[in-house]
Write a protein that binds this ligand. Structure first.
Ligand code: FAD
Ligand code: SIN
Length: 528
């Protein structure tokens, strides 16, 4: 079945919806999203959006903090562009109806998070992402130029490859004509044909057993673009959040926002020690890579399964008022935030690498843009500064929209695309073949490609992954497609890229910390 659109947007988080709203004034838009419109990482964001608002904060300080966190691999030009654009993007969100918390004088109530030298996080209590998603979803749902396809799963982007032409990575003339999309309810694979496609498929957290990311985060966009011979970058930099709630059996892990530490909470180990000062003079508010590693080390040396977050000394802060969602969650588990220690554990949280884009959100494939967590823009370098990702999503949705609108009339819709070929395939008889490999991938990544790595662990991970890759490819060619099978295949592709790039990086830097290379390679700095 053919669907013809000016713009095809894959993904309905902040990046996808912001882009859709901007281009919808100029053409017909399809948003394809694999579950419901609101089931996104965006909805889970707690802390808020980092942007410079008032003195003593200054754009230069935000730029500097971003670059320090990025540990030598940020692209300074991109950092400057994104940070400078922050206030304008906040204005755009407010114009769409977003409500950020203000103090009694009407000024934004700014929070602080790890690695930030000033208070600069705009937020809506502790559920900022939920509010943003709600705000944009409402407008998108009533927009006459936007059609929404919920529970539709993009399988592959369409290129000249599907018209029988040989294409190779680094070919400059690869073009994207849309995507093959599975409707799992009917089993029909639709062709969405578009002048321009936007990839906004979010993160990869589900490669790991412990993650803050909802189930949708399986790296589909990165995998699709990689298979289409697009360029992917910096995949070794997976960010772990140091404070997810320790609650065995719950998935995804519930996040305790860094803003709680920004309000003064500190880590403690089981002996009651405020251990972070031993690792970094910035203590519990050091950048996330340093804190996650310290927590990991405390857990490994003590054998404990978690450490604690301590808010008990924050008597002058109304925790229930500031952090209502977290307060309620803790209460539901019998933890009183004001009087009890909160058990926490690091969890896979954010992918700093991804589909390489230029300053306008253009990927290496013509007619294909990308925005949000799925991209590598150069902003985050080796470690993302907290709350810079919602900002990056807004900025790249905006830049991609501007560029798309200039380019869209140059492209026609390519209608000579063959149907998806599933000849000779049958329904998978044993789902266990898929579910068990899914679990194995998560085990491999959690144990061998986690916060601390080594050459031996990476090799082991690659060897194990190769077996699962072969089994899954074999299944893929003979099976009627299901979402779980496609996601597994995508996770394997993304996993391969993470391990390969980690093996190639012969140093410890930012989020990539390996026992074999303790020191950064000073020649490798690109932000100085
Ligand atoms: P998402 O919001 O994840 O949306 C991805 C979309 O793509 C979804 O709609 C999904 O269904 C769709 N999709 C994926 N694959 C397919 C496919 N094959 N076919 C069809 N659709 C597909 N960042 C901050 O800046 N500040 C914060 O305070 C903050 N807190 C966070 C807290 C948590 C618990 C988490 C998990 C993340 C947090 N982040 C935060 C990170 C931030 O939320 C994300 O990076 C950002 O929201 C990503 O937006 P996105 O639009 O790129 O992706
Ligand atoms: C948090 O609220 O701690 C998450 C912020 C982020 O990941 O940017």
């Amino acid at each position: 079945m053919n669907h013809l659109y000016d713009f095809l947007v894959i993904g309905s988080g902040l990046a996808g919806l912001a882009y859709a709203l901007k281009v919808a004034e100029y053409g017909k838009v399809a948003i394809v999203t694999k579950t419901s419109l609101d089931h996104t990482n965006t909805s889970y964001a707690q802390g808020g959006i980092a942007t410079v608002m008032y003195e003593p904060d200054h754009i230069d300080k935000h730029i500097k903090d971003t670059i320090i966190a990025g540990d030598g691999l940020c692209n300074r030009e991109i950092v400057e562009m994104v940070v400078r654009d922050g206030p304008r993007q906040i204005e755009q969100l407010i114009n769409w109806g977003m409500d950020f918390d203000r103090d009694s004088a009407g000024r934004f109530d700014l929070a602080r998070e790890g690695g930030h030298s000033e208070k600069r996080i705009l937020h809506h209590k502790d559920n900022t992402g939920f509010e943003i998603q709600n705000t944009l979803s409402k407008i998108v749902r009533s927009h006459p130029n936007i059609d929404i396809y919920e529970n539709f799963f993009a399988i592959e982007i369409i290129t000249q490859h599907h018209m029988g032409k040989l294409i190779k990575r680094y070919f400059p003339d690869i073009e994207c004509y849309g995507a093959y999309v599975l409707d799992p309810e009917t089993g029909i694979i639709h062709k969405f044909l578009s002048r321009i496609t936007m990839m906004a498929t979010g993160g990869i957290g589900n490669l790991y057993h412990i993650t803050t990311n909802p189930l949708i985060a399986t790296g589909d966009g990165v995998a699709m673009v990689y298979r289409a011979k697009g360029i992917i970058d910096h995949m070794e930099f997976v960010q772990f959040h140091p404070t997810s709630l320790y609650n065995p059996g719950e998935r995804p892990n519930f996040l305790i926002t860094e803003a709680v530490r920004g309000s003064g909470a500190v880590f403690r180990n089981h002996k009651g020690e405020d251990f972070m000062k031993r690792y970094d003079e910035r203590g519990s508010l050091a950048p996330r890579d340093i804190v996650a590693r310290a927590v990991d080390n405390e857990m490994k040396t003590s054998g404990d399964e978690f450490v604690f977050l301590d808010c008990r000394h924050l008597g002058d802060i109304d925790l229930e008022q500031h952090f209502p969602t977290i307060f309620e969650k803790c209460k539901s588990l019998g933890i009183d935030m004001a009087n009890d220690l909160i058990p926490v554990v690091p969890a896979a949280h954010y992918m700093c690498g991804g589909i390489r884009v230029d300053v306008n959100g253009c990927t290496s494939i013509q007619r294909l843009y990308a925005a949000g967590e799925t991209i590598y823009s150069g902003l985050h370098g080796a470690n993302r500064l907290a709350s810079n990702s919602l900002l990056e999503s807004m900025v790249y949705a905006d830049r991609s929209a501007l560029h798309s609108l200039q380019a869209v009339n140059d492209y026609g819709i390519q209608e000579k695309i063959p149907d998806w070929n599933d000849e000779g395939t049958a329904h998978t008889e044993e789902m266990v073949l898929i579910t068990q490999n899914f679990k194995e991938v998560q085990q491999i990544f959690s144990y061998y490609v986690g916060i601390v790595r080594s050459n031996l662990r990476l090799k082991r991970a690659m060897d194990r992954l190769a077996i699962i890759y072969n089994e899954t490819e074999e299944l893929f060619v003979k099976s009627k497609l299901s979402i779980k099978l496609c996601e597994l295949r995508n996770m394997i592709n993304v996993g391969y890229l993470i391990i390969k790039e980690a093996q190639q990086r012969k140093e410890s830097r930012g989020l990539h910390y390996t026992l074999d290379y303790q020191h950064k390679n000073p020649i490798n700095n690109s932000d100085t």
